[in-house]
Design a protein around this ligand. Structure first.
Ligand code: MGP
Ligand code: SAH
Length: 550
């Protein structure tokens, strides 16, 4: 068993993790309804396995296959050149100009409240602005009481000289006049403060969105939401980030109703390491390819099996078409599968030792190095019980078992479960896995899994994403993109345990993951970067989340 774990970690000395961003999402204006999110990136290496996969030539004059192979070869080339930390870019986008004043305002104004601000400046302003007769004494006091932070617009309150004269003219009594002018000043200061406070928050949220985009993270958040929810004239705080400036000033303020309909109200964040940006192929591709000869996954009819007579034992004759090492002949005309063939040993390093895969297995199996890393994180003690709710051909179940867990592998499709069972035998861990052919929801509703009696330590979820075309959407929707609905899947798992790892596309909407964690929740979203390309993400909940108490 150890040998098999070692096989997948030979290159692991070159691997490392990075914390990218820590975020708090506010679900509404009450600060108690928050969710903490940690975005991390795990750099994994499987160059040797990729190199081995690329060693075969495409069959005949298959130009598409040549192209698929060339793309992967480029990935190899890039990897070899950018093997070490130092080679990573050292800043987000373009260099920043140094304008220290606006930056200090952003942090300061958000921590201040309007009342406290007025208290800190009122003496100074009143002495300064009321100095109608130019009394030396008042001027002296004003200078002496100047607060450390005063908004630039309040240094120039003389701009309101007309208002002052108008208000002043209404009162003959100097005491009353003074009081009226002080009230006017206070109102004006509150208005200015609140407008600037909202503007600072908008700037912060916009910066967050811009940075997430650059990190290759689909936020699922609407940029328009993060505008000042008020149509009063707003003094705009200058952003010192040259990479995202311009946008805020250009856009019209939104009506507050758009804020109410948005699920996430506000965001606080901290970028751990500015140099974490990577240039790589991410998110939506520009165009969908022409219609394929093969039916899409959604169109393909679900075969009906005679379960009473179905055998999960491998039959070398009857099941020959499942032998992964023969897939080149079986699938070489299948354009969708071809690119996975050129990555085959990174899917299963023991592919030539009898591994079985059906068509869906090829494009949905978790690459071995990623599955091994997830297992390393999830299996914290020998014998712990993990449900692999969508086991497929066993990529994850096998790694959980190799790392010492007892696995309950569930899959609706008997053929794929047969592959998983056989593959577990190839890796010598079949005895550590219980295979259940059935619907995830149905299996979880069984008496032995009900909470209270449950012995389940964690659940791993890797449902179908609608086939390889998931990447043609700019952002992946957990609800409609997963089959069955990804929110329902998560809810069913949560009834069993809070310790859930959710394996999702790299373009998944981040705000939906935040919603899964919910108010008061916490989640770690880990990008799995294989040879410097982000392949997938895994969202860890409960005690699987980094820093959670075990
Ligand atoms: P991919 O994006 O289709 O491949 O899937 P790749 O090689 O990154 O393609 P490229 O053209 O973008 O370079 C990447 C990985 O996601 C696969 O190896 C699978 O592990 C996983 N994966 C893909 N799909 C379509 C599914 C799915 O439907 N379900 C699950 N659970 N995993 C999938
Ligand atoms: N992680 C797996 C791949 C999972 S692919 C691996 O590494 O091999 C998703 C799997 O979910 C498919 O095999 C599909 O048959 C299965 N599936 C789809 N709907 C299901 C359901 N309702 N219950 C259980 N399994 C389901």
């Amino acid at each position: 068993m150890e040998e098999a774990v070692e096989e997948t970690t030979q290159e692991s000395r070159n691997e490392y993790a990075r914390n990218l961003v820590w975020t708090t999402f506010y679900f509404d204006e009450k600060t108690v309804n928050t969710c903490d999110v940690l975005l991390t990136r795990q750099f994994l290496v499987d160059r040797k396995l990729l190199k081995k996969s690329l060693a075969t030539e495409p069959v005949g004059q298959d130009l598409e296959a040549v192209k698929a192979k060339e793309e992967l070869e480029q990935e190899m080339g890039k990897t070899e050149k950018t093997d070490s930390d130092e080679k990573l870019p050292t800043s987000f986008g373009s260099k920043k100009t140094s304008r220290p004043l606006p930056r200090s305002w952003l942090g300061w104004i958000e921590k201040m409240d309007s009342k406290a601000y007025w208290e800190s400046i009122n003496e100074y302003l009143i002495y300064k602005e009321m100095d109608e007769q130019g009394q030396e004494e008042l001027l002296h006091k004003a200078v002496k009481n100047k607060p450390a932070m005063i908004l630039p617009c309040h240094e120039k309150l003389k701009n309101h000289a007309d208002d002052f004269v108008e208000i002043g003219a209404k009162y003959e009594d100097p005491g009353q006049r003074m009081e009226a002018l002080a009230k006017f000043l206070e109102r004006r200061c509150h208005q200015d403060f609140l407008a600037l406070w909202a503007s600072a928050r908008t700037t912060r949220c916009r910066k967050y969105l811009a940075k997430m985009e650059r990190l290759g993270i689909a936020t699922g958040l609407d940029k328009k939401k993060f505008t000042v929810p008020d149509d009063t004239v707003t003094p705009v705080i200058d952003s010192d980030d040259s990479d995202d400036h311009g946008e805020e000033a250009a856009e019209e303020p939104q009506a507050s109703s758009s804020v109410e309909t948005q699920p996430i109200y506000d965001v606080l964040y901290e970028v751990y390491e500015e140099g974490a940006h990577l240039e790589m192929k991410l998110g939506a591709k520009s165009e969908r390819p022409q219609a394929q000869a093969q039916p899409s996954v959604e169109e393909a009819a679900t075969p009906v099996y005679d379960m009473a007579n179905f055998s999960f034992a491998y039959d070398p004759e009857k099941d020959a078409q499942l032998l992964a090492s023969n897939a080149c002949e079986l699938f070489h005309m299948d354009k969708e599968i071809r690119k996975y063939w050129f990555q085959r040993y990174r899917l299963f390093s023991r592919l030539d030792q009898g591994v079985l895969m059906d068509r869906e297995g090829w494009f949905s199996v978790t690459p071995e190095r990623i599955a091994s890393h997830i297992a390393q994180r999830m299996v914290t003690r020998p014998g712990m019980v993990i449900i692999d709710g969508f086991a497929g051909v066993g990529g994850n179940s096998i790694q959980f078992a190799l790392h010492g867990a007892y696995v309950i592998a569930v899959d609706l499709d008997p053929i794929r479960l047969k592959c998983a069972k056989r593959n577990a035998e190839v890796y010598g861990v079949a005895e550590h896995i219980e295979f259940i052919c059935g619907d995830f929801f149905h299996v979880l509703s069984q008496q032995r899994f009900q909470s209270g009696q449950s012995i389940i330590d964690a659940v791993f979820l890797s449902p179908p994403w609608g086939g390889p075309s998931y990447i043609f959407e700019k952002e992946f929707d957990i609800g409609t993109g997963c089959t069955p609905n990804g929110f329902d899947i998560f809810e069913a798992a949560r009834r069993l345990t809070p310790n859930i790892a959710y394996f999702l596309p790299r373009n998944t909407k981040q705000n939906q993951i935040v919603h899964l964690a919910g108010p008061g929740g916490k989640v770690e979203v880990e990008q799995s970067c294989l040879n410097k390309k982000i392949k997938t993400i895994t969202a860890y909940f409960g005690n699987l989340c980094q820093g959670a108490a075990k």
